[in-house]
Each structure stands twice: as structure tokens, then as C-alpha cells.
Design a protein. Structure first.
Length: 470
């Protein structure tokens, strides 16, 4: 029975979330068009809010089904706390401002910037708790506090407190709010919600070894506390590009990367191509995995953005075949896997197959751009302030590479050819040119590594630095 239930969940998730991907995606694209009137923008915001609400309902029902089937799986990765909190703020601040509420995030000192946790589940819990606080608060404020505590003999713990000045919860309701479909008297009169969010949040936190607590005073407000043990604190991580800004193009001097979009649904391909338009990069389309493999072999696309579920050769099989062929082809593409499935095992299988990033549908353009920046190290221009935002994670690497470079180690003519090849994103030409350099040279090793990672922007910067200094 359980395998059939798992298959049903996977199919339902895919069938429901796939059309929502197109609805929300195109609504967001139209909303950001400069020629859209104020009235049209308001209508598009209604479509977007309604779609997001429908998505939340679908996710909650499917998550509860997974919980009841005993299928809560933890995928623990290195999580940048700063980026996580910025994501929560970016997704909910507009909702708070629409109600004239103060929305504050207070982070205590000595908070580790990096932790090991299930990022998706932690983000979902925070979005649910903060979203509830905004929903049931008409005046005043909503505050998210983050604190860190280390105890002798115990694992260190993170505390997230979500406090509001809303209607509060009656003492009689405190015993039932964590039950499935359990809602307070106020919640039952609200026009949205299923009464599943708190149930799912508590189950997720308990699966991560933590606790979800609540205290409330009727008529004054409520405070939910997430206590989450952290088994391993890691060194500070560099943040990804901000995900709440609208990308309007690539920063000057970026290489001309080739992109391959793979999806059997025409609407999804069209949405992806529209979302990628600001980058002004060459894009090819494939309708299935086999076609994607053939096109990649012809064009050696630098990044492949591919759907997981496709008839015939699916995204997993196509990724595995590309990884097997890349040594022969002397080209290693970055692969971003997209999926409308909510099953954690699909994420695990995608990385096991060899993908570099995994994104869930409905797909948000900021998440797509952040994944591309993470894979290729590109830098963007943003609509607000029209400024560049370098992909921070690549900056320390760049500084190390520059220190390793010796002035005059590369023949000037060879350096000019390398620069031209990097500017054309021709990794094979770069590798052929590097064969003319002594393999023991640190510069040759550095450039070879960067070419294998498609970090053409960094190669250009290093060669420019060498040219200036020499």
C-alpha cells in the first residue's frame, strides 16, 4: 500500500504544481513589465496572491499525506542563515506593509552564519509562522528574533521567536492548534487557511530534533518559539545574490554562456525562456532528455536547465548520460534540475545523478538567477539602483587565484589567445592553449580548473589583471 501511496503523492504533486508553475510564472513576468498600468499591476497581484494561496493549500495537503505515510525525510545541507532570513523577509515583507504592520528581524550577536539543517523544511516553518502572525495581526508589529545558545554537555541550539501584536489565542484553543485541521475561533472565521500549517510545522521541527512552543494572551498577541538543536556549526558562508531584487541583465564583461532549456511542456519552456530573457544569452530548447543529450553534444551548452519528469528519457537519465559523455566530449556542463514533485527522495536522486542544483516548481525567477550565479559565477544588474551585485561566493576564490598568479608567467601572445577563448566561452580552446604551458605552473593549473568549471568571467579577470600589472 505504501509504494502506491508514494506514487500517488508524486503524481498528484506533479499534476497540480505543473500548471501552477505557468500561472504564477507568467503573472510575475507580466507584473514586472514596465508598460503595465497601475490597475493591471493590481489585478496581476491578485492573481499572484490567489495562486500562491492555492499553492500553499496544495503543499499543506500533500505534506500532511507524507507525514501520515511516515515519509518525512531530512536532507541536511550547509545553510547560510543570513540568506535564509533574507528569503523569508523578501517573501513576506510586502504582505506586512500592505497591512501597515512593522515587520522586524532581530538577530542576536554571535549567531553562526552557517549551520547544518534541512533548509527547505526550516524555511517552510518560518514562512508559515511569520505568515500566520501577519494574517492575524491588524495593527502593530510582527517580530522574528533569532538567538543562539550553547550549553555544557548539550548540542548548541538556535531559537526562532515569532511574536505579534495580534488577536492572540484563547487558552481553550492552545491544546488544539497543533492538531490537523484544528483552528482557533478566529482562524475559522478567516477567509483562508486549512488548519494544517501548524501541524506540519511542529512535525517538521520534531523530525529535526527540535520543539515548537507557543504562548499567547488573548487580545494582546502570540509568540511561537522554535527550538532547534544544531549538531554542527560551520564557518561563515558567503551569501548568494539577493533573491528579492529584479534582475535586468548581466553586469558588463560577462562571457556569452550558452543555455539549454529542457521540458516536455511547451508552457514551461516558454516561461523559462521569458524568465531568462534579461540575460540576453543564446538559448536552445529540447522537449525530452534524448533530444537534450543530442543538442548538448552539438553545442556544448554551458548550463542545462532540465525538468525531472519527462516521457521517455527523463531528467535523471539524461543527466547520467551527459555525465558519462562529458569526458569524451571534453565539456562539463552545469545542470539545474527542476521538479514539481514534493518528494524529498527526488531531490536526493537528482544530486546522485549528477545535477549541480535543484529547484522546485512553481519556479521563481530570483531562485533561478541565484542558482545560475552559483553554478557559473555570473554577476547581475538589478532594477533598483541599477547596480551590480557580484556573486559573493566566487570573490574569495578569485582573490586566491590572483595571489597565485606570477607576473610574466604566461607568454603575452598566448595570454591574448586565452583571453579571446574565454571571452567566447570556448573551454576546449582554452584547454588546448593551456597544453602549450608547462603543467607544473600554478597558473596553468588554476586556469585549467576554472575552464573545467566554466568560470570564464574569473579567467577574464585574471588575464586582465596580468595584463595591467605587466
Amino acid at each position: 500500500c505504501q509504494p502506491r501511496q508514494t506514487s500517488f503523492l508524486a503524481n498528484m504533486s506533479h499534476e497540480l504544481r505543473t500548471p501552477l508553475n505557468a500561472i504564477l510564472g507568467f503573472a510575475q513576468l507580466m507584473r514586472d513589465e514596465p508598460e503595465v498600468t497601475l490597475a493591471q499591476r493590481k489585478n496581476l497581484q491578485i492573481i499572484n496572491r490567489s495562486g500562491e494561496h492555492l499553492l500553499e493549500l496544495i503543499n499543506n495537503v500533500l505534506d500532511l499525506s507524507k507525514i501520515e505515510a511516515g515519509q518525512i525525510e531530512l536532507i541536511e545541507t550547509h545553510v547560510d542563515l543570513t540568506t535564509l532570513l533574507e528569503t523569508v523577509e523578501g517573501m513576506l515583507r510586502q504582505r506586512a506593509e500592505a497591512k501597515d504592520l512593522q515587520f522586524k528581524i532581530a538577530i542576536a550577536s554571535r549567531i553562526p552564519s552557517g549551520i547544518t539543517a534541512d533548509a527547505r523544511k526550516l524555511r517552510q516553518v518560518l514562512l508559515n509562522l511569520v505568515g500566520n502572525a501577519i494574517k492575524f495581526t491588524e495593527t502593530g508589529s510582527v517580530t522574528l528574533r533569532v538567538q543562539w545558545q550553547e550549553s555544557t554537555g548539550k548540542d548548541p541550539a538556535l531559537y526562532f521567536e515569532i511574536e505579534d501584536t495580534g488577536v492572540g489565542i484563547d487558552l481553550a484553543d492552545l491544546d488544539t492548534i497543533f492538531e490537523a485541521f484544528g483552528q482557533t475561533r478566529v482562524g475559522k472565521t478567516a477567509s483562508e487557511g486549512t488548519g494544517l500549517g501548524l501541524t506540519i510545522s511542529r512535525k517538521f521541527i520534531e523530525a529535526m530534533g527540535g520543539r515548537l512552543l507557543v504562548r499567547s494572551t488573548l487580545g494582546q498577541g502570540t509568540c511561537f518559539t522554535v527550538e532547534l538543536p544544531i549538531r554542527q556549526a560551520i564557518a561563515p558562508l558567503s551569501p548568494c545574490p539577493p533573491n528579492n531584487l529584479q534582475v535586468i541583465g548581466l553586469a558588463p564583461g560577462q562571457p556569452l554562456y550558452r543555455i539549454l532549456v529542457v521540458d516536455d511542456q511547451p508552457d514551461n519552456r516558454s516561461l523559462l525562456i521569458h524568465q531568462l530573457q534579461p540575460l540576453n544569452l543564446p538559448i536552445q530548447e529540447a522537449t525530452n532528455g534524448q533530444e537534450a543529450i543530442a543538442l548538448w553534444q552539438q553545442q556544448h551548452s554551458h548550463i542545462v536547465i532540465m525538468d525531472l519528469w519527462m516521457p521517455g528519457t527523463d531528467g535523471l537519465q539524461a543527466t547520467q548520460q551527459i555525465r558519462q559523455l562529458q569526458t569524451f566530449e571534453k565539456s562539463t556542463p552545469k545542470i539545474i534540475m527542476l521538479s514539481a514533485s514534493i518528494l524529498d527522495r527526488d531531490r536526493v536522486r537528482a544530486f546522485e545523478a549528477g545535477c549541480d542544483a535543484f529547484l522546485s516548481k512553481p519556479l521563481r525567477a530570483p531562485d533561478l538567477f541565484a542558482a545560475i550565479a552559483q553554478c557559473l559565477g555570473v554577476r547581475y544588474l538589478y532594477a533598483d539602483k541599477q547596480r551590480q551585485h557580484p556573486q559573493k561566493a566566487s570573490e574569495p576564490k578569485n582573490q586566491i587565484h590572483k595571489k597565485a598568479f606570477e607576473i610574466g608567467a604566461i607568454d603575452p601572445i598566448l595570454a591574448a589567445h586565452l583571453y579571446q577563448a574565454a571571452n567566447c566561452c570556448d573551454d576546449q580552446q582554452i584547454l588546448q592553449l593551456l597544453d602549450q604551458m608547462p603543467t607544473a605552473l600554478e597558473e596553468a593549473h588554476t586556469l585549467r580548473k576554472l575552464a573545467g568549471q566554466f568560470q570564464f568571467g574569473q579567467i577574464l579577470e585574471l588575464l586582465e589583471t596580468r595584463s595591467i600589472q605587466s
